[in-house]
Design a protein around this ligand. Structure first.
Ligand SMILES: Cc1cc2nc3c(=O)[nH]c(=O)nc-3n(C[C@H](O)[C@H](O)[C@H](O)COP(=O)(O)OP(=O)(O)OC[C@H]3O[C@@H](n4cnc5c(N)ncnc54)[C@H](O)[C@@H]3O)c2cc1C
Length: 456
């Protein structure tokens, strides 16, 4: 009898364990082709930034190795998914296609493909794998999506225990088909090779993700109540692993629900609520797929952003603002592809409020430089800081970087690490007067209030 292969189309779920699409294909017991499509052409596709491209290269390398060990081959193709997937189906004479869901603009591509392939008689199934709670299942009493985090997360927790993670399949029969050579995609920088800081900090791939989770639970969760201190490194640094789906939130949930020492157990709920912010960001994205371009609060469309002066913008990007905590954060980002959460809020507040530069400019810089650059969390967090987002920080809350440094980096360990010349006479004066620019920001916000009043 001739075989009718299955295709597993991997996207933001670069793992073998707890991968429902892969598990379904293994269960179907026909030869399996596993494919990753580098899609920069589909409507709504956003090309990855530099740091994410570096991560993707290494994550795919690790995934291909793990797949080989269980008898499967990873095929790489480039192009619009709505062309590439049907081509693969035809080449293989495939009978089934499986994938795990996406939640942004690209879900329209998935929906169209699903109807088309089903109409051709294929089995096509999609699964929830990247979120603990599917966004459409969490709605307020009136059936509307939540706009405020606390009731959203309460409703998530009340909706039942997330499913248990699935084990990684041991072995399966694979199909080998032609694909691109990963090196030909040129995802890693060569001239110049700026990735030394990334290599020093990160191990992309499923093994690296689990090692990070274990070391966090064993060594840092007990300190998580001090997570706002950037020098302490008390957070998990799981964000890029979750972004690329090398680890699922279900695996994180399950791991932290195992018995823990008392100090770690005390911090469990707080840590999980941060995972909840990720879920909340995806829920916002699900209801507003243009989240990276469009204000959640439309009254912010009237905000009088200034056009960024290139010298000022570059000083912010490269950590030369003369404001030590901001410079430390921006250099941590530039060097390692990651920045501590509290410092992200402070640098974003400086850009959008003291410098009055549109949050989209900052979002793009983070998109290019963060290894965890995420279509939901990045845009939602920038809008949260700018004041235009769901459950946003009130506009009048302008972070004062000097007070924040006194509070969260009192012995200056974080600043000294990233800005060793901070006390030298050459260290620049601040590029902006914090008190005066705060007053200007509040005046600019009056325009939003006036626009809102006019339409009320
Ligand atoms: C301006 C700005 C931009 C941001 N851009 C991103 C981004 O592109 N990608 C991203 O994953 N996070 C982003 N965040 C959220 C947060 O800063 C990072 O998730 C966090 O710093 C990652 O470090 P961690 O894994 O050690 O976090 P932990 O404190 O260990 O949290 C565990 C996980 O919860 C999730 N999480 C934690 N805080 C948040 C949050 N506020 N919003 C959404 N998810 C959260 C992450 O997946 C994180 O890995 C941004 C925050 C700000 C203020």
């Amino acid at each position: 009898m001739s075989s009718s292969p299955s295709i597993v189309w991997l996207r933001d779920d670069l793992r073998l364990a707890d991968n429902p699409a892969l598990a379904a294909a293994v269960e179907r017991a026909e030869p399996i082709a596993v494919v990753y499509v580098l899609d920069e052409q589909s409507p709504g596709a956003r090309p990855l930034g530099g740091a994410s491209r570096w991560w993707l290269h290494h994550s795919l390398t690790s995934l291909a190795r793990d797949l080989e060990a269980m008898g499967l081959h990873l095929t790489l193709r480039r192009g619009s998914a709505s062309v590439v997937i049907p081509e693969l189906v035809a080449e293989l004479g495939a009978g089934a296609v499986y994938w795990n869901r996406r939640y942004g603009a690209l879900r329209e591509v998935d929906a169209a493909l699903k109807s088309r392939l089903r109409a051709e008689g294929l089995v096509v199934k999609s699964f929830g794998a990247s979120l603990l709670f599917e966004p459409w299942t969490i709605t307020s009493g009136s059936g509307e999506p939540y706009r405020v985090f606390t009731p959203f997360w309460r409703a998530c927790l009340a909706s039942g225990e997330p499913r248990s993670p699935l084990a990684a399949p041991h072995a399966a029969e694979g199909c080998v088909i032609d694909g691109d050579d990963l090196d030909a995609w040129a995802l890693v920088p060569t001239r110049p090779d700026w990735a030394a800081g990334l290599r020093a900090e990160w191990t992309p791939g499923e093994d690296g993700a689990h090692a990070r989770l274990e070391s966090f639970v064993n060594d840092k969760l007990a300190l998580y109540h001090r997570r706002d201190e950037p020098a302490l490194e008390a957070t998990s640094r799981l964000s890029p692993h979750l972004r690329f789906g090398e680890l699922s939130p279900h695996q994180v949930w399950e791991r932290v629900h195992r018995p823990l020492p008392a100090e770690a157990a005390m911090n469990r709920a707080k840590f999980l609520s941060e995972i909840g912010w990720r879920e909340f960001s995806y829920s916002i994205l699900f209801h507003l797929p243009q989240l990276a371009r469009v204000n959640v609060r439309r009254d912010f469309d009237a905000f009088p952003w200034t056009s960024p002066d290139p010298t000022t913008l570059e000083a912010w990007q490269r950590g030369r603002t003369g404001i030590p905590l901001v410079d430390a954060g921006m250099r941590q980002l530039w060097t390692s592809g990651w920045m501590h959460n509290r410092v992200r809020m402070i640098v974003a507040s400086l850009l959008t409020k003291n410098l009055l530069i549109d949050w989209r400019v900052g979002e793009e810089w983070f998109w290019d430089t963060l290894v965890d650059a995420d279509e939901a969390s990045n845009a939602a967090s920038w809008q949260w800081v700018a004041g235009s987002g769901a459950d946003a920080a009130p506009y009048f809350r302008v972070f004062n970087p000097a007070l924040q440094a006194d509070r969260f980096d009192p012995d200056r360990a974080y600043v000294q690490r990233w800005v060793p010349e901070v006390d030298d006479p050459e260290y620049p004066a601040p590029i902006v007067d914090l008190a005066a620019s705060r007053r200007e920001a509040l005046a600019a916000y009056e325009v939003v209030k006036a626009a809102k009043a006019a339409t009320a």
